[in-house]
Design a protein around this ligand. Sequence first.
Ligand code: FAD
Length: 428
Amino acid sequence: MNDKSEYPDSYYLHSANNIVSRDQLTESIVADVCVIGGGYTGLLTALSLAEKNYKVVLLEAHKIGWGASGRNGGQVGSGHNKKIADLEHDYGKALATDLWNLAEDAKDIVRNRIKQHEIDCDLSYGNMAVSDDIRDQREHQEYVEKLNNDYNYNSIFYLDEKEVYDMFHSPFFKGGGSLDKGGMHLHPLNYALGLAKAAEQAGVMIFEESKVIDYQGSDKKVINTDKGQVTANTIVLACNAYLERLETKIAGKIMPINNFVLATEPLDEDEARYINRDNVCAHDNKFHVHYFRMSQDNRLLFGGGENYTRKFPSNLKSYVRKTMLDVFPKLENKRIDFAWGGSIAVTINRMPHIGKLDSGVYFSHGFSGHGIALASLAGTIMAEAIDGFSKRFDVFNEVKIHSYPGGTLLRWPGFYLGMLYYSLKDRL
Ligand SMILES: Cc1cc2nc3c(=O)[nH]c(=O)nc-3n(C[C@H](O)[C@H](O)[C@H](O)COP(=O)(O)OP(=O)(O)OC[C@H]3O[C@@H](n4cnc5c(N)ncnc54)[C@H](O)[C@@H]3O)c2cc1C
C-alpha cells in the first residue's frame, strides 16, 4: 500500500498539506550514508548530510512521518524532560548548562528549518506548564526564577492562579503555572512532510514501504530490505520507539509507551478562546501528562492516557474523552472527530540516547516525549559528527543511559509495576 491509508486516521492526516507516494526500494544502491527511519531524526540527518554533498538514501518502513513524528501533540518545549534543577543535580552545573544550550539550539533548528524551507505547519508561540495541585505552585516559581537568573532565559514567566484560570477556565488546574513564550506548537505531520520535501530537493533518495530487515559489514555496510539493498559507509538508526530488535545493542535502552490524542469537532471562536485564551499549548506535570492546544480550525487537540501493550484501547475516542472531560467538563456535548495513538520511546532517566556503536553505526532515540525539538537536534548533530565535527554530538557521551533491567525481553514486568506505582501516585 503506498497511499494515505497507511497513516493512522488522525486530524493530522485529515489536514496534511500534500502526501506524496514514494517508491519502494527494489534495487541495489550504493550511497555514502543510509538513514533508517523517516521521522524528524532521520529526515534532519539526511537533509543536513545532503546539504554537505553526501549521497544519502533514507529507508522508511511505512510512510514519511508515519511514526511519532506524524502523530504527536505538536508541543515544542524548552529544555529536556528533566527540570533544570534536576539536570544540575544529576550532571553538575557545567554539563547542565551545555544540555540546556543544546536544547535551545534544538528550538532554533525547528524555527530555522521551517523558515528556510517555507514549511506550512501552523507554527505558533507560547508553551504553558500547569498543575492540578496547588502545592506545585512554588515549584513553578522556582523553575522560572532559575531560568531567568542562572540561565539568562527571560522568555519564561510565572503566572498566578487567577491568570491560569482566566486562560483556560478549567476547574482541573490549581495554583499558578509558567508561560514560556519561547516554546512553540505546530502541525507535526506537516513539519515532517516539509522536511522530507526539503531533503529530496537537497538530493536525498527516500524510499517508503522499505523496512530494513538487517544489516552487516564494517567498513562497507550492507543494509537489506525485503526487495532491495543499500551499500553504504555509514548507517544511521532513526527508528525511535519502532526500533524493535533491529539493533539489540541499544534496544534495551528504551521503552516504547503508547500515548493517545483526540481532536474534537471545530469549536466556535468564542468557545475556543474561552478554553485557550491566547492559543498556547499546555501540559500539566502529572506523570501521565495531560496536554492540549487548538488546531488551526479551532478543534481542541487533547492528549492523555497511555498503555504499555502492543494494542491500543479498543475505543480510543471514549478512552481519551474521559480524561479530556476531567480537564474541560464544558465540552461534554462536543463531538470527537478523531482519536489516534503512537509510540514514545522513553529512557530510564528521560534523557535522549545519542551515540555511535563500535561498528560505526550512529543512533539517536529515547527523546521521552520531547522529540520535536530534540530529534531535530539529534539528526542535525549526527550529521555534523559524520562530517567530522562532533563537538555538540560528544556532549551526549557524558549522559549515561542505563538499560532497562532485563533487557529487551524481560524489561516489561519491572517497568509495568513502576508505571502502576506512578499511576497510583497521580491519582492520589
Ligand atoms: C502521541 C504522542 C504525543 C507526543 N507529543 C509530543 C509533543 O507534544 N512534543 C514533543 O516534542 N514530542 C512529542 N512526542 C514525541 C515525538 O513525537 C518523538 O520524540 C519524535 O517524533 C521522534 O522522532 P523520530 O524521528 O526519532 O521517530 P519517529 O517519528 O517515530 O520515526 C521513526 C520511524 O522509523 C521507522 N522505522 C522503524 N523501524 C524501521 C526499519 N526497520 N526500517 C525502516 N524504517 C523503520 C518507523 O516506521 C518510523 O516512521 C509525542 C509522541 C507521541 C507518540
